[in-house]
Design a protein. Structure first.
Length: 258
């Protein structure tokens, strides 16, 4: 079925693969050609039956979240959308640790900020950091419709500058959770700033720490790949945190501040 979708009238491989994922989500009988490599490990592009089985039997998205995802998946940069299974795990951890003050670094169309805001108590606040009003404006109506716009404070500026302002403003040790899904070459700088801003027991979650498998491919040496490899090696030995490195979505590294 996947081969048929690809061979018959496809515009791009990703569009065909997205269609196959929809079919897999709706049926237990759609065959999968395992000779085809997936373009992403995120569930909305990954037609692996086990991935789709997990998604089908775990995701609890609101109708508004689903519609925001649908809109985002039509965007030319749709691959920047955080995997819904990753965002839901973030939300579950936020609730488990009683998070009230959250950093969302790399907002794109607002799915991660929306997921976080829905998980927080009424007095909770998501500080959403991005440099693009064009992308974040897509998500604002969905924040409003979900009734959580008042929980989200958007900061349009380079993330490192905003984080440093929080530090300089005396907010060190006051944040509960940080989700980092932004420019990969700045991950280490964001890590150090977030580690300062988080309370003991707080969590930093890094997205894309498998980078579509590039981290284990010796032929890949792009700046992003090199930066993520260095970060992964640093986190492994950093005694300031406890670490879980999960093969979920495009790789999720959870850093629990001691």
């Amino acid at each position: 079925m996947l081969l048929q979708l690809i061979n018959e009238g496809r515009q791009t491989y990703e569009v065909a693969l997205r269609k196959s994922v929809v079919l897999l989500s709706d049926s237990d009988t759609v065959p999968l050609d395992r000779s085809l490599k997936m373009s992403s490990m995120k569930s909305y592009y990954n037609a692996d039956p086990l991935v789709q089985y997990c998604v089908k039997n775990s995701l609890r998205l609101t109708d508004v979240q689903k519609r925001l995802n649908d809109v985002t998946l039509q965007h030319s940069r749709a691959a920047m959308l955080g995997a819904p299974e990753v965002l839901q795990l973030n939300s579950n951890i936020m609730q488990a640790i009683g998070a009230k003050k959250v950093l969302d670094i790399g907002v794109f169309t607002g799915a991660s900020s929306l997921s976080a805001a829905l998980a927080l108590p009424p007095e909770g606040k998501v500080h959403a950091l991005d440099i693009s009003e064009e992308y974040t404006n897509i998500g604002k109506p969905f924040w409003e419709e979900s009734g959580v716009a008042d929980k989200i404070r958007l900061h349009i500026a380079p993330a490192a500058e905003t984080l440093q302002k929080f530090v300089d403003g005396g907010e060190a040790g006051t944040f509960d959770y940080a989700f980092i899904d932004a420019d990969k070459t700045s991950y280490d700088r964001y890590y150090e700033l977030c580690l300062t801003l988080l309370r003991p027991g707080g969590v930093i979650a890094f997205d894309n720490t498998l980078l579509d498998g590039a981290v284990v491919d010796p032929s890949k040496d792009t700046p992003n790949t090199v930066a993520i490899r260095k970060l992964n090696e640093k986190l492994k030995d950093d005694q300031r945190i406890n670490l879980s490195f999960l093969k979920i979505g495009d790789g999720l590294s959870l850093c629990f501040k001691k």
